[in-house]
Design a protein around this ligand. Structure first.
Ligand code: PLP
Length: 305
């Protein structure tokens, strides 16, 4: 066995000894990245088609991203949302100026953004229409994340197996099927949660009219439309947000993945009216939108724009 494969075997063995087996990892460890290329520990070069699962949209080591990170790291990493954070305000302004939304909330991942969306929709609805209207209508074959709320909203049993009891108050209909949606609608539904194009579920693109029709039903039936654009957002489908191509917009939208180009950040966006359901003490995240991550995300979003 040559030295290179010995080194990789050691890494695989150490990994198996101390890390939980949540991933069937490929026996490669990368050391550096530049643009769309990655180098492994043995100096082999790879073309990176995975991009960290829809994350490194600007490529690795983008000079503007690296510069922003260095400058901010030397100034301040973290304070708390008990204070104002100007980088966070800059990022929120950029997002609301380029979307349907009026307000933003920052967290650390896609699943956490979806947790926030579920909470916001339920709170908005319970304040307006009382405690009975709490069901979130979700799509079969969807994916919204691994924390318990987002997992309960995910329409794929393989991800849920063995983790019950799940959070109550989620029901499911087939994606892109308005007749099934109508058959399964009831007064307890406070929101529809869906990806505009299903990603993990196998790149399922709905009919052109589907999103608009869902939004129409939501408006008529006093429910909110939540779009999970964690995977489809930030230019990935050709427009800044995928829903723009379906000529409609949600009441709440979630983002993550490419927003930090590799730094962990999630965002929850909403209209003023809906966002008002969150008040001091109702929702929070210790690290959410800290000075470092929002400085980087501001640069990333400006470059994408
Ligand atoms: C549509 C969608 N929502 C949510 C998530 C969860 O994001 P995260 O892994 O950052 O929690 C993913 C991840 O693949 C996703 O594709």
């Amino acid at each position: 066995m040559d030295n290179q494969s010995k080194l990789m075997n050691q890494i695989v063995e150490r990994s198996g000894t101390v890390l939980m087996s949540t991933y069937a990892r490929i026996p490669v460890a990368f050391e550096k990245g530049q643009g769309c290329r990655l180098w492994d520990q043995e100096g082999r070069v790879y073309l990176d088609f995975l991009a960290g699962i829809a994350v490194t949209a600007l490529g690795h080591s983008h000079p503007r991203v690296v510069e922003t990170m260095k400058v901010q790291a030397e100034k301040l990493l973290h304070t708390s949302n008990l204070y104002h954070i100007e980088n966070q305000i800059d990022l929120a302004e950029l997002l609301v100026n380029h979307s349907f939304a009026d307000k933003a909330f920052f967290c650390n991942s896609g699943t956490e953004a979806n947790e926030g969306a579920i909470k916001l929709a339920r709170r908005y609805s319970s304040e307006r229409y009382g405690p009975e209207k709490t069901t979130i209508l979700c799509m079969q074959n969807s994916f919204h994340g691994r924390t318990l709320g987002s997992l309960s909203a995910t329409g794929q049993e393989k991800f849920q197996k063995g983790f019950g009891p799940l959070v109550p108050g989620f029901s499911f209909v087939p994606f892109n099927d308005l007749a099934a949606m109508d058959r399964n609608w009831n007064d307890s539904i406070c929101a529809v949660l869906m990806e505009p194009i299903q990603g993990e579920g196998g790149i399922q693109v709905p009919d052109q009219a589907f999103l608009k029709e869902v939004k129409k039903r939501c408006q008529e039936r006093k429910a909110l439309l939540i779009l999970d654009e964690v995977q489809t957002g930030l230019g990935r489908t050709g427009t800044l947000f995928c829903h723009e191509q379906f000529e409609t917009h949600p009441d709440i939208m979630t983002l993550a993945k490419a927003l930090g180009n590799g730094l962990p950040i999630g965002a929850l966006l909403a209209t003023d009216e809906v966002a008002a359901a969150f008040q001091p003490g109702t929702h929070a995240a210790t690290f959410g939108g800290n000075p470092l991550v929002t400085a980087v995300a501001g640069t990333v979003l400006s470059l994408i724009l």
